[in-house]
Ligand binder design. Structure first.
Ligand code: ADP
Ligand code: ZN
Length: 620
């Protein structure tokens, strides 16, 4: 039998496993010793028997050790029996005659057995406690990003192993790929550029929302150029000990230089790279030191040190200008959310190795997923496989795809959640209200699906999907979105009375208020406050500022509140007009919902075909 000795891989679990392993081994050995000791082969006899035999001259030798008694009978060379005497009394006191023909030797109390046990009872708890502490420390380190590893950067090394990525793994992102192909060429043929006197860029900033494939692109650059890839995340620099971030940066760059040509990838660079000096004296020493060290390292590359730093962020606007100066991150590649064609391509990449049946319609899924990132799409593909596996299918069907999409877009269905009939009816009216308003208002997206099955945190869902991707939204469109968002609460009010409306609308209200504030403050879409923005720049970290300074007056703040309220009031009243004038449609739809629970686009169109848009609700 081969025993596999666990080895340490730096994971907290391994430490404890290793320690336990050794503790068990030691324990087993100790038990073994105790049992194999010769005393254990002796025959147990009672002490009175021993004494009477000794008095009768049948025993040649008695060894007393503590309370243990070993007996060597006459004619035997070794002890063959054992016994236990009463504690605190000698065998003479127990009846052995002083003149009995036997040799009695008294040894000091046993060492081996007891020592082993007492040793074990000390060692084992100590080992366990030590293991526990090591485990806790490891954990704490994990949380504090290996704070105990001090200056060692946690940079991972990819690029030359099987995790290698190539541009082909990345769908869409064509312009970014184009930009980065240049970087690949710099890495592969530096001489070509140097001989013409060109300076090889040091840093490239990848700007784009989370999940758009920035990390993947950086890895692909390394993969294509066949160079090692060192990655670290900006948030890992933020440390509990001052000075650690900077030494980590030093270590990271040193490693990369040693392995040049190579790529350093700094994810979430905004975590360390935010504008400096916006706070009162030294509030963010650590962050600033880390950032300074990055700048120093990037300046310190000797010509010919073929290391290119790629950094990812979704907030390029908050970065310290020093980072963007020539010789640092002076190149920039924007990565946007994928458009429909790209979404299709990304989905295809992620379904490449998954068996799908003939029903699967990737194109229509691509159409439905406007606003999703590459990571979202990868997630949908994976979830679809999980759903299919859950029903023990061999292939993924379109229904699996739809379920996966809905799960990710609005959260899983909670079919088991029991709703009272009253709540169910209320939810049906509420959702029907959203649907009818969205259906009739001309600049709202069409209704895709209505359901009163609880999903995620909601009672039901009314789902609108744009027929095509759109980049921009007009005031008119926003106003229709606001009205349909309030349609649920308005329907409750019309059916049950104004003070019987429920908390079912809380997320709708939050959503609507958010849109209205954004319209007024960020988009210049107020009525009086048109074409001006009231942007509060919170580029610094929260406590960077002594006071919350906003770049507008108190009067304007009041005006903003008035404008926001006006937008909400207008939207509620439009929703009310629409629903009041289409009570029949509302009743019909909510009845259908109570019956079927989920109703799709086609059925909604059919049920609401007699509804009309009252002219008071029209904006134009
Ligand atoms: P970011 O770094 O921008 O947050 P990632 O590179 O970590 O995003 O992307 C996460 C995952 O999403 C990737 O591992 C990949 O599976 C998927 N993904 C994102 N964009 C694409 C794309 N254009 N093509 C294929 N997969 C993508
Ligand atoms: Zn609602």
């Amino acid at each position: 039998m081969a025993i596999k000795v666990p080895t340490i891989n730096k994971k907290p679990g391994d430490i404890i496993r290793l320690t336990l392993f050794w503790a068990i081994i030691i324990f087993a050995i100790l038990i073994g010793i105790a049992f194999l000791s010769p005393k254990n082969n002796l025959k147990e006899v009672s002490i009175s028997e021993v004494i009477s035999q000794a008095n009768a001259g049948k025993i040649s030798k008695i060894v007393v050790q503590g309370n243990d008694v070993t007996i060597t009978p006459k004619g035997s060379k070794v002890a063959t029996e054992k016994s236990t005497k009463q504690a605190e009394t000698s065998i003479q006191q127990q009846g052995l005659k002083t003149d009995a023909p036997v040799e009695v030797s008294i040894l000091p109390p046993s060492t081996t057995g007891d020592t082993i046990w007492s040793l074990a009872s000390i060692i084992i708890p100590v080992v366990l406690i030590a293991a526990f502490f090591m485990y806790m420390m490891r954990q704490a380190q994990g949380q504090n990003n290996q704070a105990m590893g001090f200056g060692k950067s946690k940079a991972k090394l990819y690029g030359l192993d099987k995790e290698k990525a190539v541009f082909e793994d990345i769908a869409g992102n064509d312009s970014a790929k184009q930009d980065l192909k240049e970087v690949v060429d710099f890495l592969k043929h530096p001489k070509k550029y140097e001989s013409l006197g060109a300076k090889i860029p040091r840093g490239v900033l990848l700007v784009g929302s989370p999940g758009t494939g920035k990390t993947l692109l950086a890895r692909a650059v390394a993969g294509e150029a066949n160079v090692p890839f060192f990655s670290i995340s900006g948030s890992e620099f933020v440390e509990m000990f001052v000075g650690v971030g900077a030494s980590r940066v030093r270590d990271l760059f040193a490693k990369a230089k040693k392995n040049a040509p190579s790529i350093i990838f700094i994810d979430e660079i905004d975590a360390v790279g935010r504008r400096r000096g916006s706070g009162m004296g030294g509030g963010h020493d650590e962050r600033e030191q880390t950032l300074n060290q990055i700048l120093v390292e990037m300046d310190g590359f000797e010509t010919g040190a073929n290391v290119i730093v790629l950094a990812a962020t979704n907030r390029a606007d908050v970065l310290d200008p020093a980072l963007l100066r020539p010789g640092r991150f002076d190149r920039r590649t924007e990565i946007s959310l994928p458009e429909r064609r790209d979404r299709e391509a990304i989905l295809k990449v992620h379904f490449k190795n998954k068996p799908v049946d003939a029903t699967v319609d990737i194109d229509s899924l691509a159409a439905k997923t406007a606003g999703s990132s590459g990571a979202d799409l990868a997630n949908i593909a994976n979830e679809a496989a999980i759903v299919a596996a859950g029903r023990n299918a061999k292939k993924i069907s379109n229904a699996d795809l739809t379920e996966a999409f809905e799960k990710i877009a609005i959260g899983p269905e909670h079919k088991t959640k029991i709703m009272s009939d009253k709540d169910k009816e209320m939810t049906a009216y509420h959702e029907a209200g959203h649907a009818i308003v969205g259906h009739l208002l001309p600049d709202s997206d069409p209704v895709h699906k209505v359901t009163i099955i609880p999903r995620g945190g909601t009672g039901g869902v009314t789902w609108f999907l744009p027929p095509e991707d759109k980049k921009f939204t007009s005031i008119i469109e926003f106003k229709d979105v606001l009205a349909r968002a309030l349609g649920g609460r308005v329907a409750e009010k019309i059916i049950y009375g104004k003070d019987r409306v429920t908390t079912g609308a809380s997320s709708d209200l939050r959503h609507a208020t958010g849109i209205a504030r954004d319209m007024v403050m960020e988009q210049g879409m107020g009525t009086k406050l048109r074409d001006q923005v009231f942007h509060e720049d919170n580029g610094g970290i929260m406590f960077d500022r002594m006071a919350h300074d906003r770049p507008y007056s108190d009067e304007t703040a009041k005006e903003i509140d008035i404008e926001v309220a006006a937008l909400i009031t207008e939207a509620a009243s439009r929703a009310e007009i629409v629903i009041e004038n289409n009570r029949a449609g509302l009743d019909k739809l909510s009845k259908a919902l109570l019956e079927k629970e989920t109703i799709d686009e086609k059925e909604v169109l059919e049920i609401l075909k007699d509804t009309i848009l009252p002219k008071e609700a029209k904006l134009y």
